[in-house]
Design a protein around this ligand. Structure first.
Ligand code: HMG
Ligand code: MG
Length: 295
């Protein structure tokens, strides 16, 4: 029941680098993003238009977008928490944006300084402008398998926020296991529940690897028809508002598994590993991809 093809959404330049202690210079980010696209990645999240006081690492996102030589048909996406973020993203030339909500009240407060209901109202305004500008909007839901502050999160809450984002016009819902606490059966039960409301073709897996479960959980959702997976080159990152969180699963490790399953990604693994090792070396970052370490 596995998909023939998986779309990798590379979130390393955003989710990865937002949580690295040091600031990565604009030219290093553009080199990374251009290298990712050259290796066959079709969708890269290049940065976010959020408050630089909250996430200083993303403050150069407009410069990053301006510095890229963009390839036709590729997606250069950015996070936009509110109307101001979308206006800045449009001005900077992002080709797609994402709003990010949560299935947990406390996480919503800590991450974007408002309740879940208020965040959805803000996203309404974002959606309206995005639609006028003909720009696609992806929707994230954080804490789908647990919250760093509240613990267990009921699947009903995940379904409610996911469906609202879809009804607003998001073309895809990316399910964030923000703290990486989920296990494969729990993950499958979540998908089983959500697909009563959201078609599986509109779901994406965004799993952090804090507890070492992400690869198993990705394999679990592939078997249920999920065919979009968010990954981070070199396993960079975490989340500044989720203590102890590690990055998304390394892109190389996921592509290696998908290659072994005979699932096409369009990505050249060797090129990806070379890029990953070079970027970590040049920026003194820890290589967390097992495949890139082994290769
Ligand atoms: P706030 O303080 O409530 O906002 O923050 P505000 O509207 O009251 O504005 C306060 C200041 O921020 C003002 O500036 C605004 O202009 C400015 P001041 O007058 O003080 O100089 N501001 C902005 N600046 C730039 N871009 C903007 C923007 N909006 C307001 N878009 C806000 C609310 C959402 C802005 C804030 O809480 C924030 O930036 N949070 C950062 C959230 C973030 O980036 N988190 C990490 C990404 S989410 C994630 O990692 C999870 C995910 O990967 C999925 C998963 O793993 O679960 C997606
Ligand atoms: Mg994340």
């Amino acid at each position: 029941n596995l998909p023939n093809r998986v779309r990798i959404v590379e979130v390393g330049p955003r989710d990865g680098l937002q949580n690295e202690a040091q600031m990565i210079p604009t030219d290093q980010k553009t080199t990374l993003i251009e290298g990712l696209v050259q290796a066959g990645v079709s969708h890269v999240e290049v940065g976010s238009f959020v408050s630089p006081k909250w996430v200083p690492q993303m403050a150069n996102s407009a410069e990053v977008l301006a510095g890229l030589s963009k390839q036709p048909g590729k997606t250069y996406a950015a996070l936009t928490p509110n109307l101001k973020g979308l206006e800045l993203a449009l001005e900077a030339g992002a080709s797609e944006v994402a709003v990010f909500g949560a299935a947990s009240e406390t996480f919503s407060q800590k991450n974007i300084n408002c309740s879940v209901a208020d965040s959805l109202a803000r996203f309404d305004a974002v959606m309206a402008l995005a639609q006028r500008e003909h720009i696609k909007v992806r929707g994230y839901v954080s804490c789908v398998m647990g919250c760093p502050y509240e613990g267990d999160v009921p699947v009903e809450q995940v379904a409610r926020v996911s469906q609202t984002l879809l009804d607003m016009g998001c073309y895809e819902i990316s399910l964030g296991d923000t703290v990486g606490v989920g296990t494969p059966l729990q993950t499958q039960r979540l998908i089983e529940h959500l697909t009563q409301y959201v078609p599986v073709s509109q779901l994406a897996a965004h799993f952090h690897d804090t507890y070492g479960q992400a690869l198993a959980n990705i394999f679990a959702v592939l078997q249920m028809g999920v065919s979009v997976v968010d990954t981070s080159i070199a396993g960079l990152g975490g989340c500044p508002y989720a203590q102890g969180a590690s990055g998304n699963l390394a892109t190389e490790d996921v592509v290696y598994m998908l290659n072994g399953l005979g699932i096409d990604t369009g990505i050249d693994l060797k090129q990806l590993m070379a890029l990953s090792n070079q970027f970590c070396h040049d920026n003194h970052l820890v290589q967390r991809s097992k495949v890139s370490l082994a290769g």
